[in-house]
Design a protein around this ligand. Structure first.
Ligand SMILES: *[C@@H]1O[C@H](CO)[C@@H](O)[C@H](O)[C@H]1NC(C)=O
Ligand SMILES: *[C@@H]1O[C@H](CO)[C@@H](O)[C@H](O)[C@H]1NC(C)=O
Ligand SMILES: *[C@@H]1O[C@H](CO)[C@@H](O)[C@H](O)[C@H]1NC(C)=O
Ligand SMILES: *[C@@H]1O[C@H](CO)[C@@H](O)[C@H](O)[C@H]1NC(C)=O
Ligand SMILES: *[C@@H]1O[C@H](CO)[C@@H](O)[C@H](O)[C@H]1NC(C)=O
Length: 573
């Protein structure tokens, strides 16, 4: 959550409260219905077909994802009154498969002193026995950030439509004694239960430029005491938004958030850096006696290395899916349009396809893959047997709806002697990708996909690889080049890039892209790196969109496997 425009927003809220548009706890549901996501207006060329988004208005952070009585719940930061940030409530939808969704009325909206100026991000915790609880940030009448608790009103209702706020709210507040900056104290995580019977939760914070994960402990989930030391902090990183802290192993079978001491266990601390708008994570060890997190690597220590996604992906949150024993990642994907343009289209923001998340065998990074359920939307498969793709050639993948597709391609390189030399000064993969875009010929590569392409190639988004010969090993670069994605000059077309930790001599290079009208989510090397792009074609729309495999390098490559599917529309009403 950012806090700009909070003054205008405050005025708006006062007006709304005066006219009874924003519901208070005591009054009843008629006005509240008006806040429920309502139908969108027509001519919505950039709306997605299988990514989660409300029918209209602004959406940002995913909040409190969980499974309860066999139903998945997603809450999210939502402005019921417009396509711009403001008037934030917790909108709420449920699903049986994480793909098709039913909307409900907002679960949490301003109604108490502790949240009267806004209900910002937070998380759910499932107590032993299955009862859920929400911790979230509220904005109080003095515009301070405080932490609140809400619990379901009726545990027999699997939809958990009504939530009761604790009469003890706010539970955690900034005071002169604890020296917490009241403008930088937000986004509680899922709590975890220590072997000593006490709950722990972390809250995002900064002091001057030091980002912090403040630690609180509680025996009863109501009375919380701030620990003397944060779980972790790093100087110079600015505000840590939406922290997330959880255990992983190299087995895709996930672990409950409270698990400590399992075989091969590592802990992940993720923070959303307000300064850069990147979700960075570190892998390390959680010492549950000292209650501190020790990152394994030096780069991780500075939160400068690992990202969930090297494109647009922010304010993400994981949850443990006890139904299918896996850890799932949700993330908000912002527009790349100007503010006036997203206000004009009447909506802003989508959620990424939920991703299965686990630790790579190397222990040095996470792996991510779209959840299996997304494959139920696949239809009309197109497949190619292995075939060469000569240097300088391009091949159209025909027979799929190219604006709404799932494509998975693997490449094999028979020899690597044409690889260009890697200059050790190239430390910034995004910069390298922007200097060596899809149209710049190399020794090996660029090769990959041209997506959302117009027939005349005036528009396309290129997701591709390049291979360089480094001093000790080959360097594989993965890029998403948006520079030609739209004839419209206004959207942000920053090119994204990442170095992939693969050995092209012994491994196939794979690329999977989920294409959905204005979004492309790409997974390199079976999930070792992800790049999400928002693009706004003017010609490559719907049936005018095409999909190509290309090789603009000197060396030939082999397409060892290519499968593509048209995607059905999900039910997201
Ligand atoms: C609680 O939810 C159940 C299941 O939806 C419903 O039958 C029951 O009437 C609800 N109880 C109250 C007090 O609303
Ligand atoms: C407190 O946070 C606000 C908002 O980020 C910032 O403007 C202010 O400088 C911070 N104060 C301190 C002492 O860090
Ligand atoms: C969202 O995108 C806008 C441009 O459309 C940009 O100004 C803003 O910083 C982005 N925010 C995040 C969290 O990515
Ligand atoms: C690429 O393959 C073609 C045959 O399809 C061959 O004539 C050509 O020599 C190959 N190029 C290289 C650089 O190996
Ligand atoms: C080809 O790709 C498809 C889709 O990813 C996969 O199911 C299949 O196993 C692959 N085949 C081979 C031979 O790798």
């Amino acid at each position: 959550m950012t806090i700009n425009s909070s003054y205008i927003w405050l005025l708006l809220l006062l007006v709304l409260l005066k006219h009874g548009i924003l519901e208070t706890e005591a009054s009843h549901s008629r006005n509240l219905e008006a806040l429920q996501p309502a139908a969108a207006s027509p001519s919505q060329i950039y709306r997605t077909s299988y990514h989660f988004q409300p029918p209209k208005n602004w959406m940002n952070d995913p909040n409190g994802p969980m499974v309860y009585k066999g139903l998945y719940h997603l809450f999210y930061q939502y402005n019921p009154l417009g396509a711009d940030w403001g008037n934030i409530v917790w909108a709420h939808s449920t699903s049986t498969d994480l793909i098709n969704w039913n909307p409900h009325k907002p679960a949490i909206f301003p109604s108490q002193e502790g949240d009267i100026n806004g209900c910002w991000s937070g998380s759910t915790t499932i107590f032993p026995g299955g009862k859920p609880a929400i911790l979230y940030t509220g904005i109080n009448p003095s515009n301070q950030q405080v932490q609140n608790l809400a619990v379901p009103k009726n545990l027999s209702d699997p939809y958990l439509i009504e939530w009761d706020k604790s009469p003890y709210n706010p539970l955690m507040t900034p005071t002169p004694e604890n020296k917490i900056n009241s403008s930088s104290f937000r986004d509680p995580t899922t709590a975890w239960l220590g072997p000593d019977g006490r709950w722990r939760v972390i809250i995002g914070n900064k002091l001057n430029r030091r980002g912090k994960a403040l630690l609180y402990r509680s025996k009863d989930f109501v009375r919380w005491t701030k620990a003397k030391h944060p779980l972790h902090s790093v100087k110079g990183t600015g505000m840590w938004e939406c922290p997330d802290f959880y255990p992983v192993t190299s087995n895709p079978i996930g672990l409950d958030t409270s698990t400590v001491g399992a075989l091969g266990i590592k802990h992940v601390l993720k923070v959303s850096l307000d300064d850069t708008k990147h979700d960075q994570y570190a892998i390390g060890t959680y010492d549950h006696v000292k209650d501190v997190f020790d990152p394994d690597a030096v780069a991780a220590e500075k939160f400068s290395g690992l990202r969930y996604d090297y494109g647009k992906f922010y304010a993400s949150k994981t949850f443990y899916d006890s139904l299918k024993k896996r850890r799932i990642l949700w993330g908000w994907i912002n527009e790349s349009l100007s503010r006036e343009d997203y206000i004009a289209q009447g909506w802003s923001g989508v959620q990424g396809i939920p991703r299965l998340l686990w630790l790579d065998k190397s222990g040095k990074q996470l792996m991510q893959w779209p959840i299996k359920e997304i494959e139920t939307l696949r239809e009309n498969k197109v497949g190619y047997p292995p075939r060469p793709l000569k240097g300088g050639s391009i091949l159209e993948v025909q027979g799929v709806k190219a604006a709404q597709a799932d494509v998975d391609v693997s490449f094999e390189l028979s020899e690597l002697k044409r690889a260009d030399a890697f200059d050790p000064s190239w430390t910034d993969p995004q910069l390298l990708c922007s200097q060596k875009g899809a149209s710049i010929k190399g020794g090996i590569g660029p090769f990959g996909l041209k997506l959302l392409a117009s027939k005349d190639m005036q528009e396309y988004t290129a997701v591709f690889f390049r291979i360089f010969k480094g001093q000790y090993k080959y360097v594989v670069l993965m890029c998403s080049d948006q520079s030609r994605s739209s004839l419209n000059v206004k959207p942000d077309k920053t090119t994204y890039g990442v170095f992939l930790d693969v050995d092209p001599l012994h491994e196939q290079l794979s690329l999977r892209s989920l294409i959905d009208h204005s979004i492309v989510e790409s997974f390199g090397a079976k999930g070792k790196a992800c790049i999400t792009s928002r693009v706004y074609p003017t010609k490559a729309l719907d049936n005018e969109a095409h999909l190509y495999v290309f090789n603009n390098g000197l060396a030939n490559v082999t397409i060892s496997n290519l499968s593509a599917w048209s995607m059905k529309k999900a039910h997201i009403d």
